[in-house]
Design a protein around this ligand. Sequence first.
Ligand code: GLY
Ligand code: MN
Ligand code: MN
Length: 436
Amino acid sequence: MNKEYEKRRQKLARIIGSNGIAIIPTANTRIRSRDTDYPYRPDSDFYYYTGFSEPDAVMILAPGRDDGPFVVCLRPKNPDTEIWDGHMEGLNGIKRNFGVDQSFKIEELENILTSLFLGRQKIFFTLGQDEILDKLLMKAFNASKAGQRRGGVVPTEIVSLEPLIHEMRLIKSKHEISLMKRAAKISVDAHKRVFRNCAPGVYEYQIEADIIHEFGMNGATPAYTSIVASGENACTLHYITNRDCMKEGELLLTDAGCEHEMYAADITRTIPVSGSYNQEQKKIYELVLKVQKDAISSVKPGQTFEGLQSQAIRGLTVGLKKLGILSGRVDNLIKTEAYKDYYMHGIGHWLGMDVHDVGVYMDPKGKSRKFQAGMVLTIEPGIYISKKNKNVPSEYRGIGVRIEDDVLVTKKGCEVLTQKLPKEINEIESIMAKNN
Ligand code: GLY
Ligand code: MN
Ligand code: MN
């Protein structure tokens, strides 16, 4: 596995060049309340190049350096801290186990940067993420200028590193894809558990607990707070209250995905609480499903989010018109964005170490970026009909449906990583019939 991180560092080193130096900090610990922290998660960019998950660490990449390009400043081993918080790699461990060429104490970061800046022209660093680190870097930058007075080369530019890293992260390696497949599988199993346990009288938080149980039993955690939205709660796009009791005749929209070894899945299914969809729910569901399947079959290299979104908007608008929910000429309904009362979000997003993963959506000319093999994205159209919408026949009000799968772009088309989770009406109804 160290080889994979090394290859990534080598690629980054080629991008920044031998007169550049890159600095990538990990995430800070965060206080939840008083002396209780949130569970620690390393920064995705930092982890992508190091595989190292302790806090208080900064990676420095200095291509062509005599003592090796890969430098990390970190917490030195401390037996007292280890009694409370467990194993620390320390300065030697990180060299032994993570392929680090040279390690220093985190307290020495400013001096190390000052000396490493000498002889480099460009500093690659993303400003504005951590005020303390920004200040420290500026101090080192200014201190290194003393070297200039002695006739040496010192940096003259600070270049944002984020776009370069994010461009790399956008195309997934074989290893990353295998981790994402595992995250998808665990998440599929969690949704299957929801299919089994969903029933009138069950609380949304109990369904959430089921999901977390399945994730936890497989060593995974939620990649984001699960949306467990019964009835009209499904029309609140980011509903995470998850406190209501499910009622006969309602739908349950569950948007949940796990993070497994730093990689996320993101799945939504919308199922009938009492086991079968009523006529109106069925019509809305079938429309969303058709649009979702059409979008998935259009995913291939060269396709764009904009292309998929336009196709989805047309499909949904035509469908809503057929149901009598929209009326008028389709082209006009699209032009006036009439569909936005019912479909008000994008068709999908990049997926990877972060659920809304990094990578630009536009190319340098401002056009929607073309898909390439190795990208992973979600496809997630939906229809949400507010209970308050008096323009719609009352039977449709309060229905919210979204269907979301995770898709890998391949050379010839795509592979659906979450394929094994049923989404056809007859499949879902027959699974749920077994619950009774
Ligand atoms: N679960 C967040 C999203 O679907 O974008
Ligand atoms: Mn999503
Ligand atoms: Mn989602």
